[in-house]
Design a protein around this ligand. Structure first.
Ligand code: HEC
Ligand code: HEC
Length: 210
């Protein structure tokens, strides 16, 4: 009996250690913000070529596939964090895990800086739900810059519509949980499927023919 109990405690401890090692949550520090601010566009351009991001994200970073997000004009802070999350499997995706496996964090920062400098397609627009004001407070470039808020959330405008919808559903269904502080998990739990579709339509670019 005592033996079994000891074993149980031992295994509980092991399970905890394994979980802690598997999920390394990203943490923003001033040092990381400074590194992103010092990212080099030219260096990033070379690295993006070397690591063949264009194979899936296209030469200009603008996707034509509903499952692949556009990364042109995306915030560098956000991109860098996602790349780290894919590498650590905190955000699960096989293709992106493979693509990130050999990249150092410094290389990720340069690549993010290069894509952030590229032109993004405009949003086309749809019905503007009231909740958009809330979304914009974290997401929309002009609002965030004007309020001097920390810029870590992705720019939604001009993204592939289906991808936006899928990401919101992934947060809602707890398939994607890499947002520190659970902001997106709690926002999406309050939205119904129709609202999620409308929001994706409002922020996204034109539909892609399948
Ligand atoms: C084999 C195809 C493939 C390659 C190569 C690839 N990606 Fe991706 N990338 C994807 C897919 C698919 C997703 C969406 C995955 C998901 O749903 O989480 C994605 C997502 C991303 C995201 C998240 C964007 C967002 O809005 O959350 C970033 C950033 C990114 N890729 C950057 C890169 C960079 C930089 C490279 C090159 C070093 C690269 N990818 C190479 C397929 C690829
Ligand atoms: C309190 C701030 C905040 C609010 C409010 C907020 N978001 Fe987010 N959102 C974030 C952050 C931060 C992320 C990135 C999380 C991560 O690190 O993966 C994100 C991620 C997303 C993504 C994933 C995009 C991608 O490229 O993968 C979508 C889509 C999104 N938000 C839509 C919305 C919509 C629509 C609303 C309003 C209903 C909203 N968000 C409200 C902070 C916010």
């Amino acid at each position: 009996m005592r033996y079994a109990l000891t074993l149980a405690i031992l295994f509980a401890g092991l399970a905890q250690t394994a979980a802690a090692e598997q999920a390394k949550p990203f943490e923003w520090t001033q040092e990381k913000f400074d590194s992103v601010a010092a990212g080099k566009i030219d260096e990033g351009k070379k690295l993006a070529k070397k690591f063949r991001c264009a194979k899936c994200h296209n030469k200009d970073g603008i996707s034509d596939d509903i499952e692949i997000p556009s990364i042109a004009g995306q915030r560098a802070t956000y991109m860098y964090k996602q790349m780290v999350d894919y590498k650590n499997r905190v955000r699960e995706n096989k293709d992106m895990f493979k693509a990130m496996r050999k990249l150092s964090e410094e290389q990720m920062i340069h690549i993010s800086t290069w894509y952030a400098s590229l032109e993004r397609p405009p949003k086309v627009g749809g019905e503007r739900l009231l909740v958009v004001k809330v979304c914009d407070s974290c997401h929309e470039k002009e609002v965030v810059e004007e309020d001097n808020l920390i810029e870590v959330a992705p720019i939604l405008s001009g993204q592939i519509r289906q991808y936006l919808e899928n990401s919101m559903q992934a947060f809602k269904q707890d398939e994607r949980s890499n947002d520190l502080f659970d902001r997106m998990q709690s926002v999406t739990h309050k939205l119904n499927d129709k609202e999620i579709k409308q929001l994706a339509r409002y922020y996204g670019t034109t539909d892609i023919e399948e």
